[in-house]
Design a protein around this ligand. Structure first.
Ligand SMILES: NC(=O)c1ccc[n+]([C@@H]2O[C@H](COP(=O)([O-])OP(=O)(O)OC[C@H]3O[C@@H](n4cnc5c(N)ncnc54)[C@H](O)[C@@H]3O)[C@@H](O)[C@H]2O)c1
Length: 259
């Protein structure tokens, strides 16, 4: 069996990694629903349709149970039974923990972790009765190794990693697999804006990546394609780093003691 004609929802897909995944899945013949809190998701879906793909754009907030349930209902009535959910929507509040507003912590946990729960719950409610389905979560190496100044994001992504393993085992008897892609630095607006906010030059970061290049959305899309395929039916609860080896490298920096 191929992915041709099967249905996928990709959250946070108006740009960046999510849009790259949607584009790739559409070229394989999948019917793709692009979700985003931004209204530009409608234009993003139109780009795929104009290129000959089957796509719809749905504006909605993954932190809202009402939006999530409405989105899944719309997708199934317009495109058909859901095969694949890609939990990709994310935000990255940045700043020292001592000064972090409570709202920034809440936002990171709401979008990056609760959103994954709400969308996964809506997906498995529909997949369990059919005995099949796939979920792929976009985590981050910031949930595996330590990055300072983004404590809500890092904590939420560590939560996504364990959520992936726990849900995978719970739904395995129902023919559903749950895996996570763990991206390293990927050239998108999120990366560019978060480094600019910290006054860091993007190209100075290249030395931290053993392959000497940033990831691109297509690198993650290739793995989503494989996790979604029948070839990967026995693979579940796995976290796969797509980071050019960055999370394996011990950087030669000396921690300065607080004065
Ligand atoms: N770019 C990187 O270097 C990198 C590295 C590791 C992990 N990731 C992860 O990959 C995923 C995609 O990242 P990206 O770089 O494409 O980011 P991005 O900021 O370019 O895109 C994220 C999208 O999520 C949407 N979004 C935010 N809040 C939402 C909400 N409440 N409901 C629905 N949509 C919402 C945004 O509008 C945006 O379109 C994120 O989960 C991110 O944490 C990215």
């Amino acid at each position: 069996m191929t992915l041709d004609g099967r249905v996928a929802i990709i959250t946070g897909a108006s740009r960046g990694i999510g849009f790259g995944i949607a584009e790739r899945l559409a070229t394989l013949g999948m019917r793709v629903a692009l979700n985003d809190v931004s209204p530009s998701v409608v234009e993003a879906a139109a780009k795929i349709t104009n290129a000959g793909g089957r796509a719809i754009g749905i504006r909605g907030d993954v932190t809202s149970r009402r939006d999530v349930q409405a989105m899944f209902d719309t997708v199934e009535s317009e495109l058909g039974p859901l095969w694949l959910l890609v939990n990709n929507a994310g935000v990255i509040p940045t700043g020292p923990t001592a000064d972090m507003p409570e709202e920034a912590w809440d936002l990171a946990l709401a979008v990056d972790l609760k959103g994954v729960f709400l969308c996964s719950q809506a997906a498995i409610q529909r997949m369990i009765p059919r005995g099949q389905g796939r979920i792929v979560n976009l985590s981050s190496i910031a949930g595996v190794i330590v990055r300072t100044g983004q404590i809500g994001y890092c904590t939420a992504k560590a939560g996504v990693n364990h959520f992936t393993r726990c849900l995978a085992i719970e739904v395995a008897p129902h023919g559903i697999t749950v895996n996570a892609i763990v991206p390293g630095m990927t050239r998108t607006d999120m990366l560019i804006n978060s480094f600019a906010a910290r006054g860091l030059n993007l190209d100075d970061m290249l030395g931290m990546i053993p392959t000497g290049r940033f990831a691109e959305p297509v690198d993650h899309a290739a793995l989503v394609e494989w996790f979604a395929s029948d070839a990967a039916r026995q693979v579940t609860g796995q976290l796969v780093c797509v980071d050019g080896g960055q999370s394996q490298l011990m950087p030669l920096i000396v921690a300065k003691p607080a004065t």
